[in-house]
Design a binder for this molecule. Sequence first.
Ligand code: GGG
Length: 351
Amino acid sequence: MSYEIATIPGDGIGPEVVDATLPLFEEVAQNHGVEVEFTRYDWGSDRYLEEGAMMPDDALDQLEPSDAILLGAVGHPEVPDHVTLHGLLLPIRKQFDQQICERPSILFEGVESPLEGYSGGDIEFVVFRENTEGEYSDIGGREHVGFDHEFAVQTSVFTRQGTEAILRAAFEAAEERKGHLTSITKSNAQAYSMVFWDELVEEVREDYPEVEVESLLVDAASMDFIRRPEEFDVVVASNLFGDILTDIGAIVTGSMGLAPSGNINRSGEFPSMFEPVHGSAPDITGEGIANPIATVLSAAMLFENVGEEGVSEDLWSAVRAVLADDSAPTPPDLGGSAGTEEIMDALSERV
Ligand code: GGG
């Protein structure tokens, strides 16, 4: 089989982690008789600063024929964050109908959690984040700018179809995992959208009788991700809550540098996009010390998504082996001093 993978290295450490990891993906794919062709799209904040747009007008047409997309990071100190997100990341997620965002949080053997008493294997859950609507709906406006009566309105949209889609994806995952699903809302305060969400959970769970369902408010869930992370299996949440909770998930399992994610188009009509959860990290850009593991695991999710389980498994195994090996190089975010290339060499030795 052969695959066309679009890469958007993006900003900050994005190009460093994407460029460093591609040779490993080619090597592992080749071991499985799989051909991959990467097409690089140099879109992002530098383009914005030069040309006034993060991507060209026909960006989505260019990406659409790809089998999948690998994104590095977006975010630049000289460009407002809403410009980088609305100019690149969000249009891809929305227009390619990537309604499902899947973000695993795993405490790997050999990785230290900031939480006392946890070691490798103790924490392993996955967050299903609704990915194209909710609090990220681009509906609102500002008026009377500069006056005392200036105001801003931002509307959250929860559709039956979108909410059901994320819930079903999460229930299906729970069926395949430990059979436990936690739905996270703020229905005490948001009595329309989040009560609607809770009602849909009740409806959808009828089709998954084996799955045990727990409901938590997002404030309690944030505490519990720290207080009892080992009890979570599959978590489902709205767009914004999912985004915030997955940062907590990443940090309690060691580092943002280990957290992968997939933005999934379930119909297969459009490519899915895979990206490390971390951002562009301008504070370490250019130093060669960015942890490439989140990108490697994002690619592992990508290969699984296109049906290349063997390639995916090999990437997961290489990461597990490097992290578990005391003598292997350790990146700075995990307490070591190894650079990006050293980590990649260690991974390459193990495939
Ligand atoms: N690696 C992707 C990236 O740069 N993400 C930055 C970010 O702020 N993402 C927000 C979101 O996922 O909603």
